[in-house]
Design a protein around this ligand. Structure first.
Ligand SMILES: Nc1ncnc2c1ncn2[C@@H]1O[C@H](COP(=O)(O)OP(=O)(O)OP(=O)(O)O)[C@@H](O)[C@H]1O
Length: 446
């Protein structure tokens, strides 16, 4: 080696952040760098002397004999702690020396402390995430004295403790999410996240990104570092897939795959990520009918419908109406008997949600802490005049409108939003598709 090359290698070794000591084939120390002195306290006067004479416990000379590398050897000398990696230096198949590279344990301690700090931050963030995704409702919040509802609550409580998928069906506002939250609360996953996804509210173009996440650069506008999806966020907890009947066949197939494999693949990524998620799905649609029309995958239905909870509409459990009214009305308020009777006989297309809204509104309107018919929303007062007072003569067109609205409201609950389904409904109703859309607009039905 010429002088320039030797100077070059010396400069490299001296600039290293790890301590370096090199011995030749005879076990004589040929070089050490300043960091070696920093870490071990051994000064450069060792150079040119046999290592074992200076450091009797040194293992580096063994490397000369067996040619084996030694990694992470712990050493403590002169009150200093460090770890050493040792390797033979081989040229043309012959061991011509050995090198020892050491790292101070102070640095390792600092890194360990830094790691522990980061782990604490991750644990704290996880805790915060759990509190964000904590459920609000429990089974105690489900108000009902209906025997069918009591049976459903009992089934839900029992199955909550398992990992079985649950499918909750029922009209809008019947309490599907209330059941889903209560199930999570009672389950062993209660301290893990409850993630609710309204499948009908997420645009078709982003539903897959939201559910499965994506890798960096998966598409234009993808976040740096990629993004985890809702399945990943719910890991360890419960994923509530609300309005599952509104998902395209394509997305249904992908969800089915996730459930079968127990793992997800972010969009644009090839690695599979294991997930442990309990699925509770809900819909107001008749999935069996959708299967018959090739709008829902039967394999997914059977996978989700392991436990089936079919919540009856409020009009099918009228006894619950006064109970719910009383629970929503503040204690110091009274409700006129006329109001109670009228609300109990009403059909409640929006179920418990609509009933709660009507009472909240009436409580706001009354000034004497007494709810009478006049405090109900306009559309209900109209309905009351139409139906409650049978002796009163009302314009026929108002009665016809009201009846028409009720029929449409009811029918629309059971059909999807596609043109084909609406056309089929229009045919069943004996009107054209255009007339159906006009009437939906007139009565503000979606
Ligand atoms: N049996 C019940 N007792 C008390 N409150 C109820 C009951 N059922 C529903 N509610 C209340 O009614 C509202 C609507 O309930 P929830 O959101 O669970 O209905 P949903 O069936 O999931 O509706 P959607 O299909 O429109 O999403 C909530 O405020 C919920 O607390």
């Amino acid at each position: 080696m010429d002088i320039q090359t030797v100077a070059w290698w010396k400069a490299i070794v001296e600039s290293m952040n790890d301590g370096v000591l090199v011995i030749d084939r005879a076990g004589i120390v040929r070089t050490i760098n300043p960091e070696y002195t920093n870490i071990t306290g051994v000064t450069p006067d060792i150079i040119g002397k046999p290592l074992v004479a200076y450091r009797p416990g040194a293992q580096l000379p063994k490397t000369l004999i067996d040619g084996e590398s030694r990694v992470g050897v712990y050493r403590k000398a002169r009150g200093r702690e460090y770890v050493v990696d040792m390797a033979p230096i081989i040229v043309d198949g012959e061991i011509i020396g050995a090198v020892s590279v050491c790292k101070s344990l102070n640095e390792v301690h600092t890194l360990t402390q830094e790691l522990a700090k980061q782990q604490e931050t991750v644990a704290e963030l996880k805790k915060q995430m759990r509190s964000i995704y904590k459920v609000k409702y429990t089974f105690e919040d489900i108000i009902s004295q209906d025997s069918k509802m009591r049976d459903l609550i009992s089934i839900a409580k029992k199955t909550a403790l398992t990992n079985l998928p649950i499918l909750i069906t029922g009209e809008s506002g019947t309490g599907k999410e209330l059941f889903a939250q209560s199930i999570h609360h009672t389950s062993l996953r209660t301290n893990e996240p409850f993630i609710a996804v309204n499948c009908s509210a997420i645009p078709v173009t982003s539903i897959e990104n939201e559910l499965f996440g994506y890798a960096e650069g998966a598409f234009v506008g993808a976040l740096q570092g990629g993004k985890s999806g809702l399945f990943e966020m719910a890991d360890g907890g419960t994923l509530f897939l609300d309005e599952i009947g509104d998902l395209s066949m394509d997305v249904q197939a992908k969800i089915l795959r996730v459930l079968q494999e127990g793992s997800i693949r972010r969009i644009g990524e090839v690695v599979e990520r294991k997930i442990n998620v309990r699925i509770v799905a809900a819909t107001h649609r008749d999935l069996r009918q959708m299967i018959a029309k090739d709008l829902f995958r039967s394999e997914l239905f059977y996978r989700l419908n392991v436990v089936s909870i079919q919540i009856p509409s409020l009009r099918e459990r009228k006894l619950d109406i006064p109970l719910i009214i009383n629970s929503v009305t503040p204690q110091s308020y009274t409700v006129d008997e006329e109001v109670m009777n009228f609300l109990t006989s009403y059909d409640w297309p929006g179920n418990v949600r609509e009933l709660r809204n009507v009472i909240d509104f009436a409580v706001c309107m009354t000034e004497e802490k007494r709810i009478s018919i006049q405090h109900l929303p306009d559309f209900m007062r109209k309905h009351h005049t139409l139906y409650a007072d049978e002796t009163r003569i009302i314009p026929l067109h108002e009665a016809v409108d009201e009846a028409e609205k009720k029929i449409l409201q009811h029918a629309l609950q059971y059909v999807g939003a596609t043109v084909q389904e609406r056309l089929k409904l229009a045919n069943e109703l004996g009107i054209s598709l255009a007339t159906l859309y006009n009437k939906m607009k007139k009565y503000q039905l979606n």
